[in-house]
Design a protein around this ligand. Structure first.
Ligand SMILES: [Zn+2]
Length: 163
């Protein structure tokens, strides 16, 4: 939890920095509806991923859990800003890469990853995401989900982190 809150703070800070630096509205640390397709962080997601998140959010809502998107699609420039800020936070590129990918490798830049917010929503999605194709990918990122189920509908084994 400590790492997560520190990272969320870092994202909140760099979201402001990215807005100032690039003029592009940043999605990180926001609480976007999965239906807010006018926001590029949502609207630029892979259509299959977006549909899966919308369906999962509806099911979560029926269980009393509000699911939001704190970060979806990111521009390459914004991803680089996040990485630069993570390097400043964690002290080295190697340490930062455990949390933030390069623009070339980030699934967020490809529109193929979402970070989920809302109280209890990440734990709900970890438990109930597979029928929607949604899987936690990294053990150190409870909030990050991608479409990753195999043909049998199972999620892959967790990777320790994004490196
Ligand atoms: Zn993510």
């Amino acid at each position: 939890m400590h790492i997560r809150s520190a990272l969320a703070t870092a994202f909140a800070v760099c979201a402001l920095a990215a807005t100032a630096a690039t003029g592009v509205a940043a999605a990180d640390a926001q609480a976007l509806s999965p239906y807010d397709v006018q926001n590029p962080a949502v609207g630029n997601l892979d259509p299959q991923l977006l549909a899966a998140v919308q369906q999962a959010a509806s099911a979560a809502g029926a269980a009393g859990i509000t699911m939001t998107i704190t970060s979806g699609w990111r521009s390459p420039e914004f991803q680089q800003q996040l990485l630069d800020d993570a390097v400043a936070t964690y002290g080295s590129v190697a340490a930062a890469l455990a949390y933030v990918q390069t623009p070339q490798r980030s699934r967020h830049v490809q529109g193929r990853a979402v970070d989920i917010g809302g109280a209890g929503a990440d734990q709900w999605l970890i438990a109930h995401g597979a029928p929607f194709g949604l899987c936690q990918i990294y053990a150190n990122e409870l909030w990050h989900f991608e479409l990753a189920t195999d043909n049998a509908g199972n999620c892959p084994a967790l990777l320790p982190n994004a490196t």
